[in-house]
Design a protein around this ligand. Structure first.
Ligand SMILES: [Zn+2]
Ligand SMILES: [Zn+2]
Length: 416
């Protein structure tokens, strides 16, 4: 490894590498675990800025106009993002209102605003105040900004209502579509690493190894820093995030969150997630009965989507994390690369389970015609949203580097 090159530590397996120049469009992967290390994109900051700005404007439009209008028996209601939040609030489900407000509105807004705050001055060669801390938040908020999941929730709600009454799509719907394309393109074009390297250069491999100390990679900005193993309360010199060799208590924390999620999974499936009242007759719906209803209505693709997102994904996440925890504790090192891949999938797929919660919030605002038809959330929805959030936190608190620590220990003790 050339010692004059910038150093990088893989976040998932802790392998130290040297950054090398790769052609534009190429993604550099870790040679040990396959994790994405960095990407090279031409003119990435300028292009990301244009896309982020477009996404921000579209997000404003998506908030200002209704995404659907529902008309039944001469009465009509319009659905907006804030309307869906208020509907949950008025029905007494303030927990769900906060969840929807945070994930479908606040987080996407804050994240795009943070992006603009950092990227606009950066294209002019300047650095805005607070850039280092704020760009750290930009990366951390990604998992919780769920505008694309919200859009799928809107589409599922649409297919549920389209046979019942007359539904007109509003301007917000088109803004949503454009917004998701722009936001996804911005995330694809911008490697946060490239921004960090521009803000302050990555430390060089030679200088770091010369210190003779153990090295640690900052989990927010990726800077590599010498740090004694027992050091506490040391912060990254670039982004000021707390530095640690391993996440604190990863196994105990992940187990605790996972057990809580598994317990709540029972009421999430047994209790109704919503109640549909039509001409005085009420019918509670659980997640599974909602899927069965879609099958009876011959909406197979949507039924499969909801079944996958709401039933399969949470179960697979819980089982997958249990498997990873047991493997980490028992020191199972076989197929370490597959274990890491499983962890990566669990981390990325979790957010899609929120589809049902978003769908319920949309149905609650649209179908609000008193005696004629009314949809209200049920207690199961709170349990279900908790399951999704707890499993996301559990995945986040797990430490994939334990898999590789075990493997290295195993290789060191066994004869070659
Ligand atoms: Zn790796
Ligand atoms: Zn840092």
């Amino acid at each position: 490894m050339a010692t004059d090159r910038p150093a990088l530590i893989c976040e998932e397996c802790d392998t130290l590498t040297a950054v090398r120049r790769v052609p534009s469009g190429v993604t550099a992967q870790c040679s040990v675990c396959g994790n994405v290390l960095y990407r090279e994109r031409q003119d990435s900051v300028r292009r990301a800025l244009a896309l982020t700005l477009a996404a921000f404007i579209l997000l404003l439009i998506a908030h200002a106009f209704p995404f659907m209008t529902f008309t039944m028996e001469g009465n009509s209601t319009s659905g907006t993002i804030f309307g869906s939040v208020m509907a949950l609030w008025h029905d007494g489900y303030w927990e769900l209102a906060i969840v929807v407000l945070t994930m479908a509105s606040l987080m996407p807004f804050i994240r795009l605003a943070l992006g603009l705050w950092v990227l606009v001055p950066l294209t002019m060669g300047r650095v805005a105040p607070g850039t280092f801390e704020l760009f750290g938040l930009y990366s951390r908020f990604q998992a919780w900004a769920m505008i694309e999941v919200y859009l799928i929730g809107v589409l599922v709600a649409y297919t549920k209502l389209v046979d019942l009454a007359s539904i007109n799509l509003g301007p917000a719907m088109w803004a949503f579509g454009g917004l998701i394309v722009c936001a996804a393109a911005a995330d694809n074009v911008l490697d946060p690493r490239a921004v960090w390297w521009r803000l302050a250069p990555q430390n060089k491999l030679g200088a770091l190894t010369a210190t003779g100390q153990p090295l640690v990679g900052c989990h927010v900005c990726g800077q590599v820093v010498p740090l004694p193993v027992d050091a506490h309360h040391v912060h990254c010199p670039r982004c000021h995030a707390a530095l640690h060799h391993r996440k604190p208590d990863p196994l105990a924390r992940t187990w605790a969150l996972l057990i809580a999620a598994a317990l709540l999974y029972i009421p999430a499936n047994v209790l109704p997630v919503m109640t549909v009242t039509s001409f005085g007759k009420g019918q509670p719906d659980t997640i599974l009965s909602g899927v069965i209803e879609l099958i009876h209505a011959d909406m197979w693709p949507i039924a499969a989507l909801v079944f996958f997102a709401s039933i399969t994904v949470p179960v697979l996440k819980i089982l997958g994390l249990v498997l990873l925890l047991v493997a980490a504790q028992r020191g199972w090192v076989a197929r370490a690369r597959d274990q890491t891949r499983l962890y990566r999938v669990i981390e990325q797929v979790g957010r899609w389970s929120m589809i049902d919660i978003f769908m319920i919030s949309i149905l609650a605002v649209l179908v609000n015609l008193g005696e004629i038809a009314q949809i209200e959330p049920g207690p199961g929805a709170i349990a279900f949203a908790s399951v999704v959030i707890l499993t996301m936190l559990a995945a986040h608190s797990f430490e994939p580097r334990i898999i590789w620590d075990n493997r290295r220990r195993n290789h060191a003790t066994s004869p070659a």
